[in-house]
Design a protein around this ligand. Sequence first.
Ligand SMILES: NC(=O)c1ccc[n+]([C@@H]2O[C@H](COP(=O)([O-])OP(=O)(O)OC[C@H]3O[C@@H](n4cnc5c(N)ncnc54)[C@H](O)[C@@H]3O)[C@@H](O)[C@H]2O)c1
Length: 302
Amino acid sequence: MGRLQNRVCVVTGGGRGIGRGIAERFLAEGARVWICDISTTELADTLAELAATGPIEGSVTNVTSRSACQAMFDQVIDRWGRVDVVVNNAGGGQGAAFLDIDDALWEQDITLNLTATFYCTQIAARSMVARGEGGSIINIGSTNGLRGQAGLAPYGAAKAGVINLSKSAALELGEYGIRVNALCPGTILSGGEYDDPANETLSHLRKHTALNRLGKVSDIAAAAVFLASDESAFMTGHAMVVDGGITARQLTMAVTPQFQAQAGSQFAKRAALRQEIAERGDQSDDSGTDQQHEHNPPESHR
Ligand SMILES: NC(=O)c1ccc[n+]([C@@H]2O[C@H](COP(=O)([O-])OP(=O)(O)OC[C@H]3O[C@@H](n4cnc5c(N)ncnc54)[C@H](O)[C@@H]3O)[C@@H](O)[C@H]2O)c1
């Protein structure tokens, strides 16, 4: 029995990348999955490729249109009677220097990433409220919604909006048993690219993680399964970061040579201390008092 057995799940932008990976994992967990995409070919290819793995259907839907979103949810409800889970995944950003951003670019990024998420969250939530059995809405944000990035201001602003929208919606929809969370990926190789150590750009990105690797679609899909399932039943209004540790780092501190030298000497002191404790432990093995040393070291060791 899968963790999403028979649940009706809608994934926007499911024709490729992260959305496709989430659809595939949801199917593996027993869900009935509806994907939509603006690209007819991406949608058709994914539907054909995943058809053998479980009940999957889809529509060519441009999520930046409220009426198109409404038509899609009507279709899903006609087909399967309800919506349990929505992943608002369709999105993306266009690079531009701040001084060169024009209104059209600003609008496009805000509309695709934020307004479309609002449309689908509201339309799905209305159907969930009417049915009275709750649901889970997962809005794909980004670490760009938590930190600034030169060249991606509209995208970052939209993703910050997605996180805040999720929190406000969670507060209002909690009484209906509807959970709303944001899922914020770091750098994900969403086209299935090889994390090539010889590639300079990838290496630059990789070194900002704590795990020394870039993300895979499966990393985000696993988190989406968790947020969709009852395992996260007490989580709502949360922004879950899945970034290999990128946002854990205080970059300005890490790059100061003085700080690194200071930290280096602290690390060396601690290593010497660990060694000393280990040696004392070895000696005390004979006297049978090693546990006391480990849990209650002498004052000078604290
Ligand atoms: N890849 C990353 O490193 C990364 C990092 C953080 C956040 N994200 C977010 O994750 C989500 C998916 O990213 P991805 O890398 O898989 O992107 P992608 O470009 O590979 O896939 C996006 C899919 O959405 C579809 N789409 C685009 N506009 C649409 C519209 N108007 N209506 C319906 N479908 C539309 C595209 O056709 C495509 O199939 C996005 O919201 C993105 O901002 C990605």
